[in-house]
Design a binder for this molecule. Structure first.
Ligand code: FEO
Ligand code: CA
Ligand code: CA
Ligand code: CA
Length: 623
């Protein structure tokens, strides 16, 4: 049986009521500060953020990017008052980024606007320090750096150095420029950051014959890519196809102008060493190519392989596991050549996809040549090489009969018993013709759910149950299977993280910037809840575990401003500071204050931002 989680920890705050005010809400005795909103300079090469949108592309290259998402606090020498914060910048609000929104001149995007947008994406590493109770960026720290959708990165693992990724920029296929649409994140046992490339595919356009793998992953058929970046090609200032590369149509152009392979350099988990400012970000292609949401690792055990779990966030997509060939050596946690440790564990191994059976059991299906297809044959009948399988990970997973899920988002690992939790945010396309399955049992799943599993040691089998079903409190029993109340109703679970005490934090993204489409979103802004989960049920996986487990322990800790998603979770080692991100607010944060709870009286240019939560008495949070 699994070890029981610690029972000494108890939640020490009262659940918050719902909120629809345009500021952050925290429990009594807590404070919330705005830290590093987009456009905040990280060094002296950037001008201060301009509230009229007039910052340059160079300013953005030296400032926080837009739409903060996944995040992790890396302590400096174990400190809880000083460390490095890695922050994903998932996408952009081009209306807020430019003075009057994006422009198009004779069908072309201006090069400077495109560069500014490219620089607003990616990842920021910032050195932060707490003094007098307030966290702030250490300006010009040698650790401060930006990775954008143009920063040169290594391509490691099976795809690196193959014909799939040879381009005029990297004729030997070992590098690519940029990381894109970085959504959730992971970390590693050796102290690196993993950033997940999610909705990158539609940034590329192919107006010719899209290969099956491009169709399956959603490369745009045209007439343009999502941001129209490719329309800036041939601007006199363009450097080596920096804009042309987003058009991957086969043109018959000369080898020096052929960008068809550029798209194959995206769709990966990317490893960053935040502690080494000269290190090069590295794409770990062995971990699959799809709309990666995040990446949680299994509880490390000496002498055993490591496992990494990543959801593919689209309707009816799958959840994946990568298992290292190398067995875990705890001494590797202390090494300072962290990306070499990454190569040891992340470049060689086996990628699997999950099948959830109706009886609460499950199986990891290896995406390797000998695995049988669901309709006969083996993977090697359809895919000639491992590279081909990895490039079209979704196609390989279709072939072996993985279980189509209700949009797999973040994964998180219980710190003591090693259970893996996964948010399934929602799936309004699950209907009578698509059918349900035991792991995704509700039609028109507008509210989403959280599932969890435990791998059987040394095997490809697991057992699973559903932890909680999202629902509004007023729904019928068929929908509100976990018996949620006004004090913990939730929908569209997305961000997810365990702290080391065994508290699970669930964040929501109801997409309410596109309209309040479920009853929870009509009752409250997006939120973060906390719960102390018990052990996985021994029996069938179909019941809601949290109900049996005492659902009153699921408590609302935080509510965000209007229309904004709550995402990204990290804490200092002593649990006195909690970091989360507010993504795509509409009129927040208020000017001239660092207090995240203030609702602005004026119309402001909205800024995604990190928020730091602390207790006024300085004690550990939530207990
Ligand atoms: Fe970027 Fe699946 O959220
Ligand atoms: Ca997001
Ligand atoms: Ca997300
Ligand atoms: Ca989401």
């Amino acid at each position: 049986p699994d070890p029981e989680p610690p029972t000494s920890v108890k939640l020490g705050f009262e659940s918050l009521p719902t909120s629809m005010t345009d500021g952050c809400v925290v429990p009594p005795g807590y404070i919330a500060h705005v830290l590093a909103p987009w456009g905040t300079p990280i060094n002296d090469n950037a001008l201060p953020w301009d509230k009229n949108g007039n910052n340059s592309s160079n300013d953005l290259l030296n400032s926080m990017g837009m739409h903060h998402d996944g995040m992790h606090f890396f302590p400096l020498e174990g400190s809880s008052t000083e460390g490095l914060l890695a922050v994903n910048h998932e996408y952009i609000d081009s209306t807020a980024l430019h003075p009057n929104g994006p422009t198009l001149v004779n069908g072309k995007r201006p090069a400077e606007e495109v560069r500014k947008e490219i620089n607003a994406h990616g990842v920021a590493i910032i050195h932060i320090r707490r003094s007098n109770g307030r966290w702030d960026i250490v300006q010009n720290s040698r650790y401060n750096r930006r990775f954008t959708s143009a920063t040169a990165m290594k391509l490691a693992g099976p795809i690196g150095g193959t014909d799939w990724v040879k381009t005029p920029f990297s004729p030997n296929g070992t590098q690519v420029r940029g990381t894109n649409n970085n959504c959730g994140n992971g970390t590693t046992p050796w102290g690196t950051y993993i950033t997940a490339e999610e909705n990158w595919a539609a940034c590329f356009v192919n107006t010719g014959n899209r290969p099956a793998h491009q169709q399956r992953v959603g490369v745009s058929a045209g007439p343009t890519g999502r941001y129209k970046w490719e329309t800036a090609a041939q601007d006199p200032s363009e450097v080596l196809g920096e804009f042309a590369r987003f058009n991957v149509t086969e043109t018959g152009a000369s080898a020096t102008d052929d960008w068809r392979n550029e798209v194959n350099g995206f769709g990966y988990l990317v490893e960053i060493d935040p502690y080494d400012p000269s290190s090069i970000a590295t794409k770990r292609t062995s971990m699959g190519r799809f709309a990666h949401e995040g990446c949680a690792y299994s509880k490390p055990e000496a002498g055993k392989p490591l496992a990494f779990y990543s959801g593919d966030d689209s309707r009816f997509e799958y959840v994946y596991r990568f298992v290292s060939d190398a067995n875990w050596d705890p001494k590797d946690a202390q090494r300072t050549d962290r990306l070499a440790v990454g190569a040891k564990y992340l470049d060689k191994g086996t990628l699997y996809v999950a099948r959830f059976n109706e009886d609460g059991s499950g199986e990891w299906l290896a995406l390797t040549g000998t695995t049988p297809g669901k309709d006969g044959g083996t993977l090697s009948d359809k895919f000639k090489t491992l590279e081909e399988i990895l490039i079209n990970t979704r196609g390989a997973a279709d072939f072996v009969g993985a279980t189509p899920m209700d949009r797999p988002e973040w994964t998180a690992t219980h710190p003591s018993n090693g259970d893996i939790y996964l948010t399934l945010t929602n799936n309004t396309s699950r209907n009578a013709s698509t059918g349900t399955n035991a792991a995704n049992p509700r039609l028109n799943n507008v509210n989403g759910h959280v599932i969890r599993w435990h791998d059987e040691p040394g095997s490809n089998k697991f057992k699973w149950d559903i932890f909680v079903f999202g629902s509004d409190s007023g729904a019928d029993a068929e929908t509100n299977r976990s018996g949620l109340t006004d004090l913990n109703q939730l929908a569209s679970p997305d961000g997810l993280g365990f702290d080391s005490r065994g508290i699970l934090w669930i964040q929501t993204d109801n997409g309410i910037d596109g309209g309040r489409k479920n009853n929870v979103a009509r009752a409250t802004n997006d939120q973060m809840l906390a719960v102390i989960p018990g052990a996985l049920a021994d029996s069938s996986g179909t019941g809601p575990a949290i109900n049996a487990n005492n659902q009153s322990d699921l408590r609302r800790f935080f509510v965000g401003p209007n229309e904004a998603e709550i995402t990204g979770f990290s804490m200092t080692p002593d649990h006195t500071s909690l970091f989360l991100n507010i993504q795509h607010p509409v009129n927040w944060p208020a000017y001239d204050t660092h207090d995240a709870t203030v609702a602005s009286m004026d119309t402001v240019r909205p800024r995604s931002s990190t928020v730091v939560i602390q207790r006024t008495d300085g004690k550990p949070i939530a207990v």
